[in-house]
Write a protein that binds this ligand. Structure first.
Ligand SMILES: [Zn+2]
Length: 495
């Protein structure tokens, strides 16, 4: 009961504060064109990160094994990933949760048989004393027509299939699954999309009904993805580097999707190997977590927090040339040496008053900033979100390391997007990735169906900061503060 009251207080405070910040609660993005620079907020996924002390841990979150269509046992994948220098590993077998790593072998009936090509189906061969300290993350790949990454849950689409007709009903079920824990990602959108002669994003690969993609045939890709993100707060990220860089259209598609839903709905960029045979260590997510926590009992919670908040970088050698002599022997060898070629964000210094964002970085030759519709010209390691007229909705940093001799791309580091825009009451709810169940239906597209009692992951989302407005701001701040306080009380209570 107390919990309900708190939730009401939170929701009420947020709505009221929103009303003070913007006089018109129905404000939509069109208004953004008239917002004064001083009225912009910066939604910063790296807020609260102390780069001087934070730990950086490499996560490989998309690996296949014999349990689906991979050509590797779990143990071999573990050994190989650890040898390359990963700290965190998730298996993402198709519609099969290869987790706990040493557990499911007793469930013989659940083990998928020999895979294509006569592989012998060594399902759970993991010796937990030989996991090289890797943090194990539960995962699987929900393999409807569009592949969806699934983490922290034992939900498997195959065992819940009868009511699933498309990705929307799949995500609805996954969100409402008994463990109430799932977090999801959209994988390689560039597999399904391309650009037509008019530079419009179109479906390049469309399923037949037999391929289990039944609805939304009248939606453009942009509409479809935006609907996914508007409907399911638990869908956190898009995989934009996949297996080297199989789908180079992933990142442009990402920016197309974000244009129109940012800053209200941040979606993180991920880079994964999608390893089936020998695609180890090309792509990596570097998670910002308290130093040392990865090997402590709280490691999984800290990983999850970093994942949900977007406190990580997506990095890749994909599309570039992995320098010679960096192929890592499976056992031993020059561990981790390839990482010396990937750009590192050392610090992000933000002046919320002036609007300056300044990067300190190393192992890079170039920095670009991308906003709606393309690269912001003329920016280097500094950009101003208030005064740069090109920035709209969001801005994200891209660091590359190029060969000094011929400019060949070696490696890329993607920062998560900073949201830039006016305060928007709707966006507030999205910033709690699990929306309170009593939050108003807020996307207006009739698909707000991801919130079936699965609220509250316990991590408040970035609080709008860097606001320099005037007028009714004080009252707004007070109610806003009440909202934050309420949430904190709720989170504490929950523990
Ligand atoms: Zn996969």
């Amino acid at each position: 009961m107390k919990r309900k009251i708190l939730l009401v207080v939170i929701a009420f405070s947020m709505v009221i504060s929103g009303a003070f910040f913007i006089s018109d609660a129905t404000t939509n993005r069109a208004v953004a064109t008239t917002v004064l620079p001083s009225e912009l907020f910066l939604f910063n996924p790296y807020r609260d990160i102390d780069f001087a002390t934070i730990g950086r841990y490499r996560a490989s979150l998309h690996n296949h094994t014999f349990n689906s269509d991979g050509f590797s046992s779990m143990q071999r994948s573990i050994t190989r990933n650890a040898g390359i220098g990963f700290n965190i590993l998730a298996f993402a077998d198709h519609d099969f949760v290869s987790y706990p790593w040493d557990n499911r072998d007793v469930l013989a009936g659940n083990i998928i048989g020999p895979g294509p090509g006569g592989r012998d189906g060594h399902a759970f061969d993991v010796d937990m004393t030989n996991c090289h300290g890797l943090l194990a993350v539960q995962g699987n790949e929900l393999s409807w027509f569009h592949h969806i990454g699934s983490y922290f849950t034992d939900f498997e689409a195959g065992t819940h299939g009868s009511d699933i007709t498309d990705e929307f009903s799949l995500l609805k079920q996954a969100s409402a699954h008994a463990d109430k824990a799932g977090r999801f990602t959209i994988k390689h959108p560039g597999r399904y999309t391309s650009w037509d002669a008019n530079e419009q994003l179109v479906w390049s690969d469309r399923p037949t009904a037999a391929q289990r993609w039944v609805t939304f045939t009248d939606m453009t890709p942009t509409e479809w993805y935006q609907n996914i993100f508007a409907s399911f707060s638990r869908v956190l990220a898009i995989e934009v580097f996949n297996q080297n860089d199989r789908y180079a259209n992933d990142r442009r598609t990402y920016d197309q999707i974000m244009t129109g839903i940012m800053p209200a709905r941040p979606v993180w960029l991920m880079a994964n190997d999608d390893n089936h045979s020998n695609h180890y260590g090309v792509n990596v997510n570097v998670m910002l977590m308290p130093a040392g926590s990865v090997s402590e009992p709280e490691g999984i919670d800290e990983f999850r927090k970093s994942f949900e908040r977007g406190a990580f970088f997506a990095k890749s050698f994909g599309g570039g040339a992995i320098p010679e002599n960096l192929e890592i022997p499976e056992f031993g060898g020059q561990l981790g040496s390839r990482w010396n070629y990937v750009p590192v964000v050392e610090d992000i210094i933000i002046d919320e008053i002036t609007g300056n964002i300044e990067l300190r970085a190393s192992q890079h030759t170039h920095i670009e900033w991308i906003t709606e519709g393309g690269v912001v010209a003329g920016a280097g390691n500094r950009i101003n979100f208030r005064t740069n007229p090109l920035i709209r909705g969001y801005v994200r940093g891209v660091l590359t390391n190029r060969c000094r001799v011929d400019g060949t791309l070696i490696a890329t580091t993607l920062m998560q997007p900073f949201g830039v825009g006016p305060y928007d009451a709707d966006s507030w709810f999205f910033y709690f990735t699990g929306q309170p169940s009593n939050a108003p239906s807020n996307n207006g597209n009739g698909n707000n169906n991801g919130n079936n009692g699965d609220n509250n992951n316990g991590y408040p989302y970035p609080i709008p900061n860097g606001r320099c407005g005037s007028g009714s701001v004080t009252a707004g701040v007070v109610f806003f503060g009440l909202g934050v306080l309420g949430f904190v009380m709720f989170a504490v209570k929950k523990d």
